[in-house]
Design a protein around this ligand. Structure first.
Ligand code: GDP
Ligand code: MG
Length: 460
């Protein structure tokens, strides 16, 4: 594929830093570089492929914008597989923006989010799963998710999908031979061997799908919402988990009126912790809005942690919240166990009539925090994924495609078992091949491609 337009963008994040990079890709990249860049002593040299060139960037009035290093990567050995020029200037907002403006004046167009990576995909340098992994690596919040994405960029998932597809194609060839020569008797042993082959492939897809639940958690993290009535220790829990005094803690009920949230890393899993306003009847309008937000957040949580003051009997606000979390993934903290406890685990379990895990804590003394972290981790993660070597499915789109492929293959086996004509059976096989091909991008629509890349960040 050849794109006529040359695109450009700032590839580094906005703000002050050591260097900032303007990236240019497309047929005009080299020409634009010649126009904006001056070698020392105003001399002219050819740009050498894959070398760093020292010089200055000047504007159209010949004024120097910055002292820079410039690299030229000749097509097709570049990120986009097109001619790429990167100008490394001093970090900061002004210099990079001025250089970008100059580049645009000389004929480049501002790149859309993800457009460089999209070109790399459309030019066939990487497949869709690899492109998606680039974005995952850029947005990874933990070591574990970064490692999985890095494996996927070099093609671990694509390779696995590729082998499965090849095996399906071989089976397809067998079926087609039989369809093409119907006069020859259907070869029973061959049908059996096709059936076996499909069975094995279903097993492999199953193994991949088993990594998907945890894979998704590694990639996206989880949202944990702390709820409870006022003054039970919710903000103290947030602070304890973050190991800093992020939320204001006082003995005045209604101290937290808005939602406070932050990220923590629990053994490689990004956990978004949300502290909420305590649920109670209140005349305070701001607090009431906060309480409304508490309820909303509770509904969107992957895990709800309910904090209960164990030194007081259960109140009607506690009952209301317990009712709310009954059919949710939840964890209950019986806090303030340093005081004289009135409530025990048994009281709570009886009230709920179900088994939700309960941990005793004293957040002022720091007792039980490790246990809470352990519980959060094990409630989501059984540790089945070894981020280092396993092929892990982390993306919902890939998971859905695998499920589609699997169900088509199951239909196929059923077809074989009920002696359906082979040309009908082969439709299922094609369906499975298409579903798998959508993961790597062999069989996807332009709309889907646009949608995937529009979620990328600028300059990538
Ligand atoms: N004795 C005791 N007091 C606690 C404990 N946890 C929190 N508190 C106190 O309870 C009050 C309310 O705490 P806070 O975290 O603001 O509760 P929130 O309203 O639920 O956010 C504060 O005075 C805390 O110091 C605990 O484990 N033991
Ligand atoms: Mg609070």
């Amino acid at each position: 594929m050849i794109f006529e337009e040359t695109i450009a963008a700032i590839a580094t994040p906005p703000g002050q830093g050591g260097i900032g990079i303007v990236r240019i890709s497309g047929p005009e990249a080299l020409e634009i570089a010649r126009e904006v860049f001056v070698f020392p002593g105003n001399r002219t040299y050819p740009f050498k492929d894959r070398y760093l060139h020292y010089g200055k960037v000047r504007d159209s009035d010949n004024r120097i914008i910055d002292e820079v290093l410039l690299t030229y990567m000749k097509a097709p050995r570049s990120y986009t597989a097109e001619d790429v020029v990167e100008i490394h200037c001093h970090g900061g907002i002004i210099s990079v923006n001025n250089i970008l403006q100059e580049v645009i004046k000389r004929g480049a167009r501002l790149a859309l989010p993800g457009e460089f990576t999209k070109r790399a995909f459309l030019n066939g340098r990487i497949d869709l799963a690899q492109a998606e992994a680039v974005m995952d690596l850029v947005s990874a919040k933990t070591e574990k998710s970064a490692r999985i994405s890095a494996n996927q960029i070099v093609g671990s998932l694509s390779e696995k999908i590729g082998t499965i597809r090849e095996r399906l194609l071989a089976l397809m060839a067998h079926i087609e031979v039989t369809i093409d020569y119907p006069e020859e008797d259907i070869d029973e042993p061959m049908i059996f061997s096709i059936r076996d082959g499909i069975g094995e492939i279903i097993g492999e897809i199953e193994r991949l799908l088993r990594t998907a639940e945890e894979g998704k958690i590694i990639r996206q993290g989880i949202k944990v919402v702390i709820v409870g009535k006022t003054n039970v220790g919710k903000s103290s829990l947030l602070n304890a988990l973050l190991r800093e005094n992020r939320a204001i803690v006082t003995d005045i009920p209604g101290t937290t009126r808005d939602i406070i949230e932050d990220f923590i890393n629990i053994r490689g899993i990004a956990v978004r912790i949300v502290d909420t306003a305590g649920i109670r009847e209140t005349p305070d309008q701001i607090e009431r809005i906060g309480i409304q937000r508490s309820r909303q957040n509770m509904d969107e949580a992957d895990l709800v942690i309910m904090v209960i003051d164990s030194s007081e009997p259960l109140g009607c606000e506690d009952m209301e919240i317990l009712e709310h979390i009954r059919d949710k993934k939840a964890l209950i903290l019986l806090n303030k166990i340093d005081k004289t406890p009135v409530l025990t685990r048994k009281d709570v379990v009886e009230e709920l009539g179900g088994d939700i895990p309960v941990v005793n804590t004293s957040l002022t003394l720091g007792t039980g925090i490790d246990k809470v972290e352990d519980m959060i981790y094990t409630m989501f993660f059984k540790g089945e994924i070894e981020a280092d070597h396993d092929v892990t499915v982390t993306n919902i789109r890939h998971q859905e495609a695998l499920i589609r492929a699997q169900s088509q293959l199951q239909d196929l086996i059923e077809g074989l078992d009920t002696q359906m004509p082979l040309d009908i059976v082969s439709i299922d096989l094609r369906g499975a091949l298409d579903a798998l091909g959508s993961i790597t991008g062999e069989t996807v629509t332009d709309d889907l491609i646009d949608k995937i890349f529009s979620e990328f960040c600028l300059g990538k």
